[in-house]
Every structure is written in structure tokens, then in C-alpha cells.
Design a protein around this ligand. Structure first.
Ligand code: SAH
Length: 475
């Protein structure tokens, strides 16, 4: 036999630890110690279906172990008020201890003598295995290890994975295990089965929150066309990528094509799947822009070609985002379309500048209006009586070109020229800038804001400087 070392380069770089997934159902395991860490390990082992014996010393803190009794789904947990002995290791699948150092060492030695894999909490040298951070979409289970080098980093990796893995994937994986045998009987051809699982996987990512039902099985079985395309309309928020929703991040991570507006910050696009094609359909101000009808048609064409399209819009897609046209086009073409809301510019601006949009006494109403009508001028049909309401907060989107006219019409309709007002450019982004003054001087002040930046105007008592103190009361 040829015992020469392998000449080909290794297929995998060195591994600090090999991840293994331990089948613990109905296996006996031991947890020694009376600590919160021990309790957590007992919970984990029980969740994995093990029969857990807890040896918590002669005087365990009973409250600590409350609620950890047998339940129908998890493995049973038995608590005994005594110390461990060498006999306890007989026939165990695993042993875990959270004990004083000297005792931990003795525990590890006894476990090894009994050939039981052992873990002593926080003592890597005494551990045959480690339990990393876990992302639980059971039957999909992800374990993360940093080999003890950086537990906090491990936790943060876990949060990031949590954020991009829809909880509904668990349901899809469970359905796969229910359907596997049935599929083998119905579809003897291996290649055809593979195509089924490709369609299954595409469907899972397309609608992860849909809990698969039996009719999905037959649909996937009979569906041989190149479907699976969809459109997800996603709110990108006002700019700061941290303000995206978890759903938005997941949609970006599973997209195959992203059609995005000019307003979408590059930082947001960075969160998208690397392989996703990014198409700018910017429609801001001057410069070439893609017509709405072209965007509508492109959404439908891409989805029909089987793409997972994300239509990414600044702020909330349903606020001054011309969403209706795109939704109608998709629905008319039978393209499945879902909507992920976002934080609209007004909310982002209020949070970034630190003021409330409503107040019990001074701002009983919030209204979003646009300063940009169909023809680019001030819309003819704005409700000036509503805008002149001194108890309203009015947020004006796309205000720049028409601000002077807007202010004088509002004043003419009865709004006090001294009403507080503000204009904020690029709210929530590092380059955010704002001006605060009276409504009468706002057009002049707002002109100082950087050219080309998106600007939002807020008019009403909430825009005053110094908050409640300025009014001499607390609203
Ligand atoms: N759907 C978006 C609005 C699109 S209309 C939303 O919900 O926010 C485009 C206008 O939104 C811009 O002209 C500006 O008035 C406002 N806007 C969007 N993002 C902004 C930001 N970061 N700072 C200030 N204004 C913003």
C-alpha cells in the first residue's frame, strides 16, 4: 500500500476544532455543579433530547434549578443533591462540569478514565469538546467556535447570522425531512429528485416565512418550469444602514438582482449578497433617470426570468415612493410581490435630531406632504388649511425647489410666520446637516444646506430649539 504523504494541496486550511453534531436523543449525560453556567448546559442538553442528570452538590440552590423539569419535547432533567462519583460516568454520552478548579480536574480525569468525552466550563485544557455559540433553526443548527480565542466575537458572529437567517427556514427544513422518503417513492430518478430539491430550496428562500404545507409538496413536484421569480419591495431607511429592518437585510442577502434608487446610501448596498447584480434606476433631480414605466416593465421581466428581485427604495417604500405603479405592474403580471417597510425620512430625522413628532398639547397630528408635484412645481391640491393648523407637525418631502412658495402659501393660509421650522439634509448619515429657524426665514436658511443632498423640512412646534423649555412647559 502506498503510504506516501498526499502530494496534492490540502482541500481545507487547518482547523482549530472539528465541528461535530452530536446525536443525544435518549442518551444519558451528566452535568456537575451548582452554577448558572451548569444550568444553561443542562438546558442545552435537554433541548437536544438527552436524559440529563444534574449533580449539584449536597446543598443546591433550588431556585436556580426551578422550571427545568421534564417536558414532553425535551429530554428529562433529574436533579440530585449530592456530589459526583466515578460510578456516575458509566454509559454516559457526555459529561460537563462547572466546578472549582481542583474538582474540575478530578472530574475530567474520572471522565477520561471512563472514556466519556468531557467539558469543564472555562477550562479549555480539560475539555475534549467545546460548545460554541448556537443559531437554532432546528433541524438546521449552526455552531460557531472561535476556539476560545474571542467569545465576544463569536457572539457577534452569532447575532449577524441570526439576522440573516429567517426563522421560517426551520419549517422548510422540517418539511424536507417529512417529504424525503415520499419523494424517493414517487420520483425514482435521482436527477429529477435533485431538480425537486433545487425548486424546494429556491422556494424556501423566496418565501422563508411561509410555513410549507402538504399542497406545496405536490406543487413543487409538478412545477417544472423556470418559476421562482419574485419581487420584494424593500425600504432602505433614511441612510444609516443600522436602521434597516432584519427582513430588509435578509431580502438583500438573498436577492439575485437589486434595482435601487439614487437615494439609497452605498453603505446599505454593501449589505447585499456579493453575487447580486445591482442596477441603479435613480430618479433624483437632474441627470438621466429611468422612466417609471421602464422600471415597472423591468421588474416584471426580471421576476419572470426567475430572478429574486429586490426593489430597494429610500426610507419607506410606501411613502412618496411611487410604489403603487410598481405593485400594480407586478400584480397584473402575476408576479408575487411582498413589501418590507422601512424607516421614513421623517422618523429618521426626528430621531437623529432628537425631537418628538407628536406632543399632547402642541402637535396632535403629523402630516407628510410633498413639495414636488407631477410637473416639478408645488402640487396644486395641497390642503393649506391643514398645513396652517398650528397644532400639526408637517413634514415636507422633496421641499427644495418650492420651499419659498410653500412657506408663503402656508403663511397666507394663516400659519404664524414665527412657527418653528427646520430643514435637515442627509439625516442619519455622517454628513447630516440641519438649520432651525422660523418658517419665514426657512427658505433662505435652507439654501445653505449642501447642494444635491436629500432635504426634509419639518414645520411645527416640535421643530423649536430647546424642546419643552422653549415653551415654558412640558407637553
Ligand atoms: N420613501 C422615502 C421618500 C422618498 S421621496 C421615505 O420614506 O423617506 C425623496 C425625499 O425624501 C427627499 O427629497 C427628501 O425630502 C426625503 N429624504 C429621504 N431621505 C432623506 C434623508 N436621509 N435626509 C433628509 N431627507 C430625506
Amino acid at each position: 500500500m502506498n503510504r506516501e504523504p498526499l502530494q496534492t494541496p490540502p482541500r481545507i486550511a487547518p482547523l482549530a476544532k472539528l465541528p461535530l453534531f452530536h446525536a443525544l436523543h435518549d442518551r444519558r449525560v451528566l452535568v456537575a455543579g451548582d452554577t448558572d453556567g451548569a444550568r444553561w448546559k443542562a438546558e442545552l442538553l435537554s433541548a437536544a433530547g438527552a436524559q440529563v442528570l444534574v449533580l449539584a452538590g449536597e446543598a443546591p440552590q433550588r431556585e436556580r434549578w426551578e422550571g427545568l423539569t421534564a417536558s414532553p419535547v425535551d429530554g428529562p432533567v433529574l436533579l440530585e443533591a449530592r456530589d459526583w462519583t466515578t460510578e456516575d460516568f458509566d454509559g454516559l454520552a457526555l459529561a460537563i462540569a462547572d466546578l472549582e478548579p481542583a474538582e474540575g480536574e478530578a472530574f475530567a480525569a474520572a471522565a477520561r478514565a471512563a472514556h466519556v468525552p468531557v467539558n469543564v466550563v472555562d477550562k479549555p485544557a480539560l475539555c475534549d469538546f467545546q460548545i460554541g455559540s448556537i443559531v437554532n433553526r432546528s433541524p438546521v443548527v449552526i455552531g460557531i467556535s472561535t476556539d476560545g480565542a474571542a467569545p465576544m466575537l463569536g457572539q457577534s458572529i452569532r447575532s449577524r447570522i441570526e439576522a440573516v437567517l429567517p426563522p421560517g427556514l426551520a419549517g422548510w427544513a422540517a418539511a424536507a425531512s417529512r417529504w424525503r422518503e415520499r419523494l424517493k417513492r414517487k420520483v425514482p430518478d435521482g436527477k429529477a429528485r435533485r431538480r425537486f430539491w433545487e425548486r424546494f430550496t429556491a422556494a424556501a428562500w423566496n418565501a422563508p416565512e411561509h410555513a410549507p404545507v402538504e399542497s406545496d409538496f405536490s406543487e413543487l413536484l409538478n412545477d417544472t418550469g423556470e418559476t421562482g421569480g419574485s419581487v420584494t419591495m424593500v425600504g432602505a431607511g433614511p441612510g444609516d444602514p443600522e436602521l434597516l429592518t432584519l427582513k430588509a437585510v435578509r431580502a438583500l442577502q438573498t436577492a439575485s438582482v437589486i434595482l435601487y434608487d439614487d437615494l439609497v446610501a452605498p453603505e446599505v448596498l454593501e449589505l447585499a449578497r456579493r453575487e447580486a447584480r445591482r442596477v441603479s434606476v435613480g430618479k433624483r433631480g437632474r441627470g438621466p433617470s429611468v422612466g417609471q414605466d421602464v422600471i415597472d416593465a423591468e421588474l416584471v421581466r426580471l421576476a419572470r426570468a426567475g430572478e429574486r428581485v429586490v426593489r430597494l427604495k429610500g426610507g419607506d417604500p410606501l411613502v412618496f415612493g411611487r410604489a403603487t405603479e410598481e405593485l400594480d405592474a407586478c400584480r397584473a403580471a402575476g408576479v408575487p410581490v411582498t413589501i418590507v417597510p422601512g424607516i421614513t425620512a421623517t422618523q429618521g430625522a426626528a430621531a437623529a435630531l432628537g425631537f418628538s413628532l407628536t406632543e399632547r398639547v402642541h402637535a396632535r397630528r403629523v402630516q407628510f406632504v410633498t413639495g414636488h408635484g407631477m410637473s416639478g412645481t408645488l402640487p396644486e391640491d395641497l390642503d393649506w388649511r391643514a398645513i396652517a393648523d398650528p397644532h400639526a407637525t408637517t413634514a415636507v418631502y422633496m421641499p427644495r425647489a418650492t420651499l419659498a412658495e410653500f412657506a408663503s402659501r402656508a403663511i397666507a393660509a394663516g400659519l404664524d410666520p414665527l412657527t418653528p421650522a427646520l430643514a435637515v439634509a442627509s439625516a442619519t448619515l455622517p454628513q447630516q446637516a440641519d438649520v432651525r429657524c422660523s418658517l419665514a426665514s426657512l427658505p433662505q436658511m435652507a439654501a445653505k444646506l449642501p447642494e444635491g443632498a436629500p432635504v426634509l423640512v419639518v414645520i411645527g412646534q416640535v421643530a423649536r430649539e430647546n424642546g419643552a423649555a422653549a415653551l415654558g412647559d412640558v407637553a
